[in-house]
Design a protein around this ligand. Sequence first.
Ligand SMILES: [Zn+2]
Length: 618
Amino acid sequence: MKKNACLLYLLTIWTFFISCSAMASGLGVDDENPPAASPAVIYVLSMPEPQTHYFEVEMQLKNVAAATGSKKNGYIDIKMPVWTPGSYLIREYAKNVEGFTASAGGKSVVSDKVSKNTWRVYTGDDNLTVRYRVYANDLTVRTCFVDADHGYVTPAGTFMYHEALKDIPLRLVVQPYKTWKKVATGLAPVAGQEFTYEAPNLDILIDSPLEIGNHKTFTFTAAGVPHTVAMYGDVEYEEERLKADYKRICETAFSVVGEHPCKDYTFIVQHIPPGGGGLEHLNSTTLETNRNAYSTETNYKRFFGLVAHEYFHLWNVKRIRPIALGPFDYENENYTHMLWLSEGCTSFYGEYIQMRAGFYSPTDYLGLVANAITGIENQPGVRVQSVAESSWDAWIKGYRPNENSSNSTISYYSKGSVLGSLLNLAILAGSNGERSMDNLMRFLYTEYYKKQQRGFTDAEFRQAAEQTAGRKLDDFFAVGINSSEPINYNTYFEPVGMQLVNVAARTQDGFLGTATVYSNGKATVTGVRRGSAAYTSGLNVGDEIISVDSVRVTDDLLKLISGRRVGETINVIVNRAGFLREIPVTLTQNPLVSYRLEPLPNQTPAQKALYNKWLYIK
Ligand SMILES: [Zn+2]
């Protein structure tokens, strides 16, 4: 370790203890018999050889013997989280850990692993230091990465913890690679100490990713809150335009709840191919996009859709949350039925905010709502799984899709977004336009986040929704949330004078029901739609389609079927695991729908008024 680094630690620890003891004396403690010093944890994160994709972590534990019980037990258990909040999959971050060592009083201490993510260090000493390396070569918003250009830290995949020390203030000292000058994070900096941060507890440390390197930054103020945007990647953009549009989106999102709980907010934006997705945090977010994000109007709007979604999460899920989603259990799945609310309604708000901010016209917005309904109704899994089940099983199904997922599951994002639209309409209709989904969000924020400082149960959410709507929402919850039965959409659209119409042409063209990829002259089946001709006839995922009615298939299978009628039988030869099979397939009716929202004839003034309210038409 370098001398100046050592000095930095000493200074850090010293300042930290000064502030701890100042706090203690403030409580009127007798100076003659000072209490045992408070426990403290300091992490030092370095990356001296970034090109090898390793972070090095030093975790200093001070005055921990009493708090952790190590004095009595003779050992202390240090753990690595297995998942990161916002991404509902057990990721086993401990798989990237190597070179774990421990020392106390300058001497190395024996340790061993007692579970997949637990290291037991055999010491009862008050102070100890553990060190380990983290292999970081997976650049996503939920994993860790470091290379010769920059580093990205997902704290759950980087920092170990002790169960009894989750609620104490934690300190992080970052030592960027020698030529790197910047760190972007939502963590609070310690005044006067470069790259040194403090978190009031483990939850906040885990919820604050870091971008480290030489990224560009720009800042703007929205709703009175300073915002920083860290831009990683070689990308062209018009800074002033971006600033103005970020501000517009952030202030519109703010208007939903009307209170901003953050002192500051950080966007980490990584421009990398192929780029896609984001992850929400308490006062920051990481967005992944590509270098073409701002090159066309379509891409630009799509990117700001992601911005709106992730930003709105600072209210919905980070503060307005189901009871299971915080404080977190970092070692196990955290189950909830309400990801349709936390994710789906955030998607609903993403588009609604974009419309309210002028990115989309009301007509564009009607198209987005209709497309979302078309999307879910064309997925056979919508008749199999409810969104409540989809949410509960995110850990084993949503995040672990297979070739049959579209037949057996429905996304709590896409159906949840539709349900957000319907709940908004139900509240508007139930309250004669007096209230909307915004009022429900405000109530949940005020009552549960601010007043009771906890998440809400399924029953409490339902009660709040019905109270806001001013009526029972039996159909919404029984059919929309808890079943896979068809939703009667038009009961929701009728009060705003609209109707959902299926405009898909009903032809006699036969339908096969496969998804196919073509590569090197081979056509391989990648999906078989439940209930389709392919499904009932026994075409399988993985089959290579050799021919249809003796004609060789190399590129467009559908071209060969075009013109065939419903009820016609075609003869398909496939290569299945090296053996040829002949499969007769009788084509069925095309079941796909295509919805559009159209005005009802003879709209009443009340319907027109509610329509204007819904779409913010003045
Ligand atoms: Zn989300």
